[in-house]
Design a protein around this ligand. Structure first.
Ligand code: ATP
Ligand code: MG
Length: 692
């Protein structure tokens, strides 16, 4: 097992007594250290279920589980590999009752949060609600509650937001619901304020490993500290140069705090990069070099100089997409790459994907967009999830409202409004209110009858979902339920195009099938909320759904080009990477403040530039064998087309001017001509196929 590791990596893997930090640049095998350490821990007798590995995404968790399985086999199933958020769910489901949270609490997604905030703040404007959402989220990540936020508010605007936060929190309590930030904040509170729970978890955990440590925020760090306790048996791996989530509250202070909080911290540095050629690595090092150094680092590669990094000049975005496609084709034509999955196109912002999608489709090249709209964001899947949430937690009002109206069942807006007024008057959830004996005083008997019918139906579903176990039964149950509520018909009725309705229905079936497989224990839970391979009840499976954002197991083996944002590309690698849209204003993103401080080198701008530079560094270091960066002379900005200049990062890469530029279309043309010549020659000499 140690054979695939260099000496420094082995040192990190073998050190188990206390806290250990692996601090190293991109592609140096940090993630590999974690997977091997999991295996090593098990080998030395630590029970698999007492090992906890924390990753940045569900997908990374699933991948790590696969790798660990490759090293140690079935036992890897028992290791808890999950994100901080999934860990939070585990903590709260097991012990959240001390905080007054029922085990079947719901997890709200951002849309639910927006609509609750609209309600709490008395507005119909989604943009305003999202601004509050943003502010509240930052406060929560800083560990502030509504009262504390109000106390430290800098202006009236913040004061108002803090008061809305208070109302928002009341509603979450009433709905037995939590938002994503609570999944970190509440477990932290749980462990901090309840010694018994804390001791139980500390005793149960043998070793904690954290990947992408540089992108943890302050509350996550506190949570980690409480989990590992004084013995501090943990391994964190990270790279300060790849910290790209500052805008979401991640802080490099967490790296600085480690040696202070743990004087016995063992620090291991890795210097060899196993991913990229020297040409690529040099460009990466040059770009990151101007940033201040938290820790000195050097990185070298033994993979040889490799292909020079290319700069592709383009007129506009369509032209850029065309050239990127031509480049892929020419790399395939000259035999440098053969599978579509060897290619990735990386960009700053989601909306940039569209033009590349069109070009790829036109060229009939298969692709997937990762980090964009996920399966679980689709309206039809969210409809179904609302129902599932309602079975699990009857008090979940947002889920209640969505289920009772999708598909429509003749319960009108006025009825629901009156029910809402009634419920809030008596501080009941909508579901509780529905069965209240005095409901008849505010609603006509017919409406009460329909509500009762719905309520009984939900109770019945819940009762049966609890008893439905295994893939077969789950599949049958789900099919029957969809038929009962008339969901297929609902899709065809509400969609103008039949084709679209059909594709949405396919998604529904795929979703049900996937749920059923989970009930049968055939799929590992990527979210890590539960990891046994035994049969599960449909209700148990439904509990974990809200946390998943991808049906990752379907994505894994697809032989397709990846389109991804730079943020979502973290930790991944591809043989051939194309970094597109490298123009000022996009990468680095617009740096000047809107309030006219243009060009002024204030502290905030400087820090943002540093984070942008790290983002560029992350992008460059995803490439294994070839890298192209492209920019356009003109770009769309809203509805306008404006002149653009190449990103300063291109100059900072300090590429050798003579070799860098290329026109992939010319190259492809030449390759095709050469190929045609060869086959013509072959045909002429009679060496072609079929000659005898
Ligand atoms: P990032 O900073 O991008 O997250 P990382 O430091 O986590 O990168 P890994 O993803 O673990 O790096 O490793 C990068 C690549 O190098 C992987 O393909 C991995 O399998 C390979 N690798 C790591 N260590 C070794 C080694 N000792 N021998 C051979 N290959 C290695
Ligand atoms: Mg990694």
């Amino acid at each position: 097992m140690m054979s695939g590791l260099n000496l420094a990596q082995q040192e990190a893997v073998n050190y188990m007594q206390g806290p250990c930090l692996v601090l190293a640049g991109a592609g140096s095998g940090k993630t590999r250290v974690i997977t091997h350490k999991i295996a090593r821990l098990i080998q030395t007798g630590v029970e698999a279920r007492r090992i906890l590995a924390i990753t940045f995404t569900n997908k990374a968790a699933a991948e790590m589980r696969e790798r660990a399985k490759g090293l140690i086999g079935r036992e890897a199933k028992e290791v808890v590999i999950c994100t901080f958020h999934a860990l939070g769910v585990r903590l709260l489901r097991q012990d959240g009752e001390v905080l007054g949270l029922k085990p079947q609490f719901s997890i709200l997604d951002t849309d639910d949060v927006t609509s609750i905030l609209k309600d709490a703040g008395g507005t119909t404007d989604a943009a305003t609600a999202r601004q509050w959402q943003w502010a509240i989220s930052l406060w929560k990540n800083m560990g502030l509650n509504a009262a504390q936020a109000e106390a430290q508010a800098k202006d009236d605007n913040e004061k108002v937001t803090a008061r809305i936060m208070a109302r928002y929190e009341e509603r979450l309590t009433a709905y037995q619901s939590v938002d994503f930030d609570d999944l970190i904040g509440l477990p932290l509170k749980l462990l901090r304020d309840h010694a018994q729970v804390r001791e139980k978890w500390q005793k149960n955990l043998g070793h904690v490993l954290v990947d992408e440590y540089q992108d943890t925020n302050a509350t996550q760090y506190e949570l980690l500290k409480l989990l590992v306790g004084e013995r501090g048996r943990f391994t964190a791996v990270g790279d300060d140069d790849q910290s790209i989530y500052g805008w979401r509250g991640a802080t490099l202070d967490n790296l600085k705090r480690l040696p202070q909080d743990w004087p016995n911290l063992k620090v291991v540095k890795l210097e060899q990069n196993y991913r990229s050629t020297s040409a690529i690595l040099r460009a990466a090092n040059n770009v990151i070099q101007p940033n201040p150094k938290l820790f000195p680092k050097t990185l070298f590669s033994e993979l040889g100089e490799g292909e020079p990094v290319r700069v592709v000049d383009c007129d506009n975005e369509e032209h850029e997409a065309e050239r990127v496609v031509a480049r892929m084709q020419s790399i395939r034509a000259n035999g440098m790459g053969k599978d579509w999955k060897d290619f990735a196109v990386l960009y700053r912002a989601n909306h940039q994907a569209r033009i590349f999608e069109q070009a790829l489709r036109k060229a009939q090249i298969p692709y997937k967009v990762s980090g964009g709209q996920s399966f679980f964001d689709r309206a039809e899947i969210r409809d179904l999830c609302a129902w599932l949430r309602l079975w699990v937690n009857n008090d979940d009002d947002p889920a209640f409202l969505r289920s009772i109206t999708t598909p429509k069942r003749g319960i009108g807006h006025t009825t629901l409004q009156n029910l809402g007024v009634f419920a809030s008057k008596y501080k009941l959830s909508l579901f509780e209110a529905l069965f209240s004996s005095s409901l008849g005083s505010v609603l006509p008997a017919k409406a009460v009858g329909s509500l009762h019918e719905f309520g009984r139906y939900v109770n019945d579903l819940e009762f049966r979902a609890r008893r439905t176990e295994g893939a077969e039964d789950a599949r049958a149950f789900l099919t029957e339920w969809l038929k009962d509520i008339g969901y297929e018909k609902h899709l065809y009725d509400s969609e103008d195009s039949e084709k679209l309705a059909a594709s949405r229905w396919t998604n529904v079936l795929e979703f049900c099938d996937w749920m059923a497989q989970r009930c049968g224990g055939q799929i590992d839970d990527a979210a890590g909320v539960s990891v046994t391979s035994e049969k599960k009840s449909l209700l148990e499976v439904a509990q974990t759904i809200a946390l998943l954002s991808t049906i990752s197991e379907r994505e894994q083996d697809q032989n397709v080009v990846t389109l991804s944002t730079l943020h979502a590309s973290k930790g991944l690698e591809w043989p051939h990477v194309m970094l597109v849209g490298c123009v000022e204003g996009m990468l680095p993103f617009k740096l000047d403040d809107d309030d006219g401080q243009k060009g002024q080198a204030n502290e905030g701008i400087l820090q943002r530039l540093q984070e942008e530079r790290r983002l560029m560094y992350v992008g460059i270091t995803r490439a294994q064998r070839s890298l192209a960066v492209s920019w356009t002379k003109r770009r769309k900005k809203g509805r306008e087309v404006v002149a653009a200049t190449p990103s300063r990062f291109i100059a900072e890469m300090a590429l050798d001017k003579a070799t860098v530029k290329e026109d992939p279309r010319e190259k492809l043309k030449a390759l095709r001509a050469e190929f045609a010549k060869k086959s013509a020659a072959a045909a002429a000499t009679g060496a072609g196929a079929g000659s005898s």
